[in-house]
Design a protein around this ligand. Structure first.
Ligand SMILES: [Zn+2]
Ligand SMILES: [Zn+2]
Length: 306
């Protein structure tokens, strides 16, 4: 691919790191009803340095680092955009899907939607946070987790292991649910207060013994885990659906929904402000953990389960 030339309002980004999201696999396979048009460049967890700017962009931005997320462009004027829900804009363009993305040495991005990366956060850390991080941070935000609430995270994969950490940052007590012991060991390392192996134990019964959870965040690919997440809620509970099981259907018992005052909500990625907040609560990289400037492209591969 030739190095793209930034148009008016765009920046040219020289990529330093690019994460892998399960959406990239779906894009490459053409799994979803709205398909990208080949040839295209996937990748929407790109982090790099601005090499050049198009017309109308302050040249002082050259040399600064930015993240290039899934929300590559929104109209900025519709009812969603002006009310803080640019992630729902019907005119949005998606990086690595409807516009070329970050699995390349260079990409161009709408300057308004390229989010600055603070100096303390390495490009390697920032890359997966640009989709998996902001997605799970937003899920915790949408759930309005309050301190001392109990939060269950179903699926401790690329999304869930981050959701667990954001739930703790928000002050929640956490319950990690997965079917793999090594994922549950990771959850304990990350500070989970309880872990449940859903292959060995019924997670609904195990969580009921704790008194139920105020919030359940469903990140796993199994439709059954969504039902279990719903059934784990105590009165006033909130189920946030993040994972995308293929052909998934969530049967909701209306009687429980009404009498227990339960909320079920879907959450998709996050806004530029959400991503800035993600970077703000990311601890500085340990010395020596950032990629050397000589390595032009590096990839990180969290294990996506959605
Ligand atoms: Zn993604
Ligand atoms: Zn819009």
């Amino acid at each position: 691919m030739p190095v793209p030339v930034p148009a008016a309002g765009q920046v040219l980004v020289r990529l330093e790191a690019s994460g892998i999201c399960h959406t990239d696999i779906h894009a490459a396979n053409g799994d979803w009803p709205v398909k990208p048009t080949p040839p295209f460049v996937p990748g929407h967890e790109g982090v790099g340095v601005i090499d050049a700017v198009g017309r109308g962009i302050d040249p002082a931005r050259v040399g600064t680092r930015v993240a290039v997320p899934w929300l590559g462009h929104a109209c900025g004027e519709c009812s969603y955009c002006v009310s803080g829900w640019e992630t729902l804009c019907e005119q949005q363009r998606n990086t690595g899907y409807s516009v070329d993305g970050c699995y390349a040495e260079h990409t161009v991005a709408d300057a308004r939607y390229a989010v600055p990366v603070p100096d303390g956060v390495s490009s390697m850390d920032a890359a997966p946070l640009t989709c998996a991080g902001v997605t799970t941070y937003k899920a915790v935000k949408v759930a309005a987790v309050r301190s001392a609430e109990r939060v269950a995270v179903f699926g401790i994969g690329g999304l869930g292991h981050l959701a667990l950490q954001y739930a703790r940052i928000a002050g929640g007590f956490t319950v990690a649910v997965d079917v793999e012991d090594d994922k549950l060991a990771l959850a304990r390392d990350l500070g989970a207060d309880h872990t449940v192996n859903a292959r060995a134990t019924d997670p609904v019964a195990a969580i009921a013994e704790l008194g139920g959870v105020d919030v359940a965040i469903a990140t796993a690919a199994s439709p059954r885990s969504f039902e279990q997440a719903f059934a784990s809620l105590r009165r006033g509970g909130r189920l946030v659906c993040v994972g995308l099981p293929a052909d998934g259907v969530l049967p909701v018992p209306v009687f429980d929904l009404v009498l227990k005052g339960i909320t079920v909500v879907g959450s998709i990625v996050g806004t530029r402000q959400d991503l800035a907040e993600v970077f703000a609560c990311t601890p500085p990289a340990a010395p020596g953990s950032s990629p050397s400037p000589a390595s032009s492209t590096t990839s990180t591969a969290p294990s996506p389960k959605s």
